[in-house]
Design a binder for this molecule. Sequence first.
Ligand code: PEP
Ligand code: MN
Length: 262
Amino acid sequence: KANRKFHPEDSVIKVGNVKIGGGHFAVIGGPCSIESKEQMVEVAEKVKEAGALLLRGGAFKPRTSPYSFQGLHGDGLKLLLEAKKATGLPVVTEIMDASHLPLFEDVDLIQVGTRNMQNFELLKELGKINKPILLKRGMASTIEEWLMSAEYIMAGGNENVILCERGIRTYETSMRNTLDLSAIPMIKKKSHLPVIVDPSHATGIRDMVEPMSLAAVAAGADGLMIEVHNDPARALCDGPQSLTPEAFAHLMDKVTKMREFF
Ligand code: PEP
Ligand code: MN
């Protein structure tokens, strides 16, 4: 179902009132983790003002260490939905367990993180609903494996899948991951699904987010997902890669100019 052979036109996925794919480009902005009402509403208003069409924020955080901040869970989702109400932006947040699905009723786009890309039972459950799914690439997955994971969701009847390249593990250690920009044109060859890029997790380094965003646009990405925090130095998760709202606005200006070439 994900294969371009049987579906030559680009898919356009609707998330709330926003379209992604087939020439429709959207930027998702927001903090790594939902931390407080003030943080969430402030960041939401600023990313909206800068031109983001969707709002992100994690409530269930897949942290490497069990001692790191794990997210605010259901309370966090409530804050995210308050920010949705305040700004009108559709919201994106990660699910880690299918049993949490009832909490995601008002979430517009459900994210499957890199660590769960091959959690096939989760993918099958997400195939049974008709909400769009943002499927991030496994950190050590091939493009073929990634597309097969999309297939797991689509096989169940949910064809609303957006792919997200977020960097892969290589021998290079100076960045958090290695952004595989070549995955974008390769996905476009093999599949009709939209593909967006997350330069925040791909690099882990704030200064690299803007250049990699521009490169992603040049490579044909259908959108971007960028971490933005009102006080990155105090962020509970991923501060070093988070942009200030001002830096995000600057990036949005450049991305808009870059898009004019395409
Ligand atoms: C995230 O987007 O919050 C996240 C945890 O990303 P990834 O799954 O790509 O590491
Ligand atoms: Mn993060």
